[in-house]
Ligand binder design. Structure first.
Ligand SMILES: [Zn+2]
Length: 255
C-alpha cells in the first residue's frame, strides 16, 4: 500500500509537471493554458499522445521532435522530473492527508513560478494570487499553520519584502526585486505562516547571495545585474515546507 501510494504520487507529479510546462510556456505569452493541444515550436506539428509522456518521451525521442527533428529544451523533462520528485516527497513526508495534498500543490506552484522567473524575470499575478488564495484556503485544513497564522504570514511576507526592497534601494539606488516577489512571499506566508515565511526569506537571501557571489567570482555578474529572486524564494520555501520544523529545532538546540 505504501509503495503503491508513493509510485502513484510520483506518477501524478510527473503529469502535473507536464501541465506546469504548458503553463510556464504559455502564460507569459498570454496564451490559453487549456487550448489548443501541444504543438512543436519548431514545425508547429501537433504532438501525439505517445510523444507527450513526461520524461520518458524526451528520452525515447533523444530530445528531438519526431516530425522535424528540432531540439526539445532540457528544461521540459527537468521540470517534469522535479514535479514527480516533489509529489513523491509530499507523500513520503505527510502521507495521504490534507497536509500532503497542500504540500504537493504548493510545491507545484513554487516550481512553475521558479521556471517562469528563470526564463522571463516575471512572476505572473495569476500564479502569485492563486498561491495566496490557496494558501489561505489550505490554512483551514493543514496542521502546520492556522487561518490566523496564514493571514499574519501573508501580511508579514509582503511587509518584509517591501522593507527589504526599500533598504536595498537606499543602499544601492536600484530596485533589487519587483512587486511580483512581494506578492509571491505573501503567498508563501499564507501557505506556511509567519515562521515558515521568515525561514523562506532567510534561505532565499542566503541562496541568492551565494549564487550571486559564485557568478561574480566567475566574472559573469556585475553589481547592477539582476537575479531572478523568485527562483531563490521557491527553493527556500520548498526547504522550509519539508525541513522547516527540523531546521528550527536544530537551530534552537544550538542556542
Ligand atoms: Zn517539430
Amino acid at each position: 500500500m505504501a509503495v503503491f501510494g508513493a509510485v502513484y504520487s510520483a506518477v501524478i507529479g510527473l503529469c502535473v509537471g507536464s501541465f506546469l510546462n504548458v503553463v510556464a510556456y504559455r502564460l507569459p505569452r498570454g496564451e490559453s493554458v487549456v487550448r489548443p493541444r501541444s504543438r512543436c515550436p519548431g514545425c508547429g506539428g501537433r504532438i501525439a499522445g505517445r510523444d507527450n509522456l513526461p520524461v520518458l518521451s524526451f528520452v525515447l525521442l533523444g530530445g528531438r521532435c519526431r516530425m522535424c527533428g528540432a531540439r526539445i529544451s532540457w528544461r521540459y523533462p527537468v521540470v517534469e522530473a522535479t514535479a514527480g520528485l516533489l509529489w513523491l516527497i509530499s507523500w513520503l513526508t505527510f502521507g495521504p492527508t490534507v497536509d500532503g495534498l497542500a504540500a504537493a500543490l504548493f510545491s507545484s506552484l513554487l516550481l512553475v513560478l521558479a521556471t517562469i522567473d528563470a526564463a522571463h524575470y516575471l512572476l505572473p499575478d495569476q500564479l502569485t494570487y492563486l498561491t495566496l488564495g490557496l494558501g489561505l484556503a489550505a490554512s483551514f485544513g493543514v496542521t502546520w499553520t492556522t487561518p490566523l497564522g496564514s493571514v499574519l504570514g501573508a501580511a508579514a511576507g509582503a511587509v518584509a519584502l517591501l522593507l527589504l526592497i526599500g533598504v536595498w534601494y537606499l543602499l544601492r539606488r536600484v530596485r533589487g526585486m519587483g512587486l511580483g516577489d512581494v506578492k509571491m512571499l505573501a503567498g508563501v506566508g499564507a501557505f506556511l505562516g509567519p515562521y515558515g515565511m521568515l525561514l523562506t526569506l532567510f534561505l532565499a537571501c542566503l541562496f541568492g547571495a551565494v549564487f550571486g557571489l559564485l557568478l561574480m567570482v566567475r566574472g559573469r555578474l556585475g553589481w547592477g545585474s539582476r537575479l531572478p529572486f523568485g527562483v531563490f524564494l521557491s527553493i527556500g520555501a520548498v526547504v522550509a515546507l519539508f525541513f522547516g520544523p527540523r531546521l528550527i529545532a536544530a537551530y534552537s538546540s544550538l542556542l
